[in-house]
Design a protein around this ligand. Structure first.
Ligand code: GLU
Length: 449
């Protein structure tokens, strides 16, 4: 990775010192700092009043115990987190992740990314992230409910539609949002719809929220392809993951005429050359909540299952990593480039390692960074907040139209900013710079707080 600007080097050194061992957070901060050297050169005043130091330090971090009782009557303890990163642009906004890998560093990296992502949407939302090291895998419905209730019993006091508005992320979907919303309502005695997003359609949710991250990521890649006179029609696509983001990425690609030939979970991947059967995938993942190996079992004549292994070995025109951070490394990137990949769009948060990103950029592969490409989810959360505030609800078509427009605007903002700073086609720099400028201007206006 390119060296940091000399003004930024000591700031990064302090981030390393103060957040020892939090590798993902270091990675996310370094990536943003490596893009903003040029902005500081052009507008030195953006670095005044320790603005960048403040941007790298969360406004507050909440860590709490989550005790709950499992089906055997035994008490279990998990750790809950909410890192409220930046509220210059609006109330804290960002998802909750329930996964055994969750720790403070992971939540900090996600909250930091979220701040720039949310700024890029152009909507009035600050950045935050939260979650727990709770592992929902293999837990019963009642265990999930008790966990969510206990989690919210502490978190509720820190939330509010004007304060902090969580949503889902890995391991947290509409079911979990429902249990948490129910507990919030019970404790506060308020039907405060705007306190959580990702709600169900009959209790304050928005059309298209479920589909939004995946659809939005595809809209973003569609715009990148367009800059080279290309589209999804007839393209072979590999989508990693098989959760909410992956499923609706696949759905939109299929609608646009692309052929998704592989997807995965943490145990392995499936390849089906004629195209993944989306109805079957939804049935297995959304209804039965089973593993991707079940897909291969049910389609044993047409699909292959590769336990473990690298999904990026599968030759494709377009790759969309939609599983988790650092799931695509330098070796994977080299393989994709060798196999002739033309575009990569990050549906997950920071799924490509820094060396992978560099390899794509050097090979002139269109590369859409997560903080721009996957911003459709949180943008639609902001649309959900808007509908809650006005006690209104819009149709699917209208909401999808708004999402498509927002994604086009994010794409153009990144492309124009990259161009303006002398790096045409570099969406990483464009996203970091455009997001930074929006947050920095608001922070300057609000003074040293
Ligand atoms: N967890 C999602 C993200 O990474 C959505 C956050 C939200 O809707 O608040 O952007």
């Amino acid at each position: 990775m390119s060296p940091l600007d000399e003004k930024l080097e000591p700031i990064y050194a302090e981030v390393l010192r103060r957040n020892a061992g939090e590798l993902e957070f270091h990675q996310a901060v370094r990536e943003v700092l490596s893009s903003i050297g040029l902005v500081i050169a052009k507008h030195p005043d953006y670095a005044d009043q320790a603005l960048i130091e403040r941007l790298c330090e969360p406004e507050r971090q909440i860590i709490f115990r989550v005790p709950w009782i499992d089906d055997k009557g035994q008490v279990q303890i998990n750790r809950g987190f909410r890192v409220c990163f930046n509220s210059a642009l609006g109330p804290y906004k960002g998802g909750l992740r329930f996964h055994p890998s969750v720790n403070l560093g992971i939540i900090k990296f996600l909250g930091f990314e979220q701040t720039f992502k949310n700024a890029l949407t152009g909507m009035p939302i600050g950045g935050a992230k939260g979650g727990s090291d709770f592992d929902p895998k293999g837990r019963s419905e009642m265990e999930i409910m008790r966990f969510c209730q206990s989690f919210m019993t502490e978190l509720y006091r820190h939330l509010g539609e004007y304060t902090d508005v969580p949503a889902g992320d890995i391991g947290v979907g509409q079911r979990e949002i429902g249990y948490m919303f129910g507990q919030y309502k019970r404790i506060t005695n308020r039907y405060e719809s705007g306190v959580l997003t990702g709600k169900g359609l009959t209790w304050g949710g928005s059309q298209v929220r479920k589909e939004a991250t995946g659809y939005g990521a595809v809209f973003f890649v569609e715009q990148m392809l367009k800059t080279r006179g290309l589209d999804f029609e007839g393209k072979k696509v590999v989508v990693s993951g098989s959760g909410n983001v992956a499923i609706y990425t696949i759905e939109k690609i299929q609608e646009l005429g692309g052929r998704v030939i592989a997807c995965s979970d943490s145990d392995g991947y499936v390849v089906e050359e004629s195209g993944i059967d989306l109805d079957l995938l939804k049935e297995i993942k959304e209804v039965r909540r089973e593993r991707i190996s079940t897909y291969a079992k049910l389609r044993k004549d047409t699909a292959d299952y590769v336990p473990k292994g690298r999904i990026w070995d599968v030759p494709c025109d377009i790759a969309m990593p939609c599983a988790t951070q650092n799931e695509l490394n330098g070796g994977d990137a080299r393989k994709l480039v060798q196999n002739g990949v033309i575009a990569v769009g990050e549906g997950a948060n920071m799924p490509c390692t820094p060396d992978a990103v560099q390899i794509f950029q050097e090979a002139n592969v269109l590369f859409g960074p997560g903080k721009a490409t996957n911003a459709g989810g949180v943008a639609t959360s902001a649309l959900e907040m808007q509908q809650n505030a006005s006690r209104d609800s819009w149709t699917f078509e209208e909401t999808e139209q708004r999402l498509a427009t927002i994604m086009r605007q994010i794409h153009d903002r990144c492309a124009e900013t990259a161009e303006e700073y002398g790096m045409p086609g570099n969406y990483v720099a464009g996203a970091n710079i455009a997001g930074f400028i929006r947050v920095a201007e608001a922070m300057r206006a609000l003074g040293v707080i």
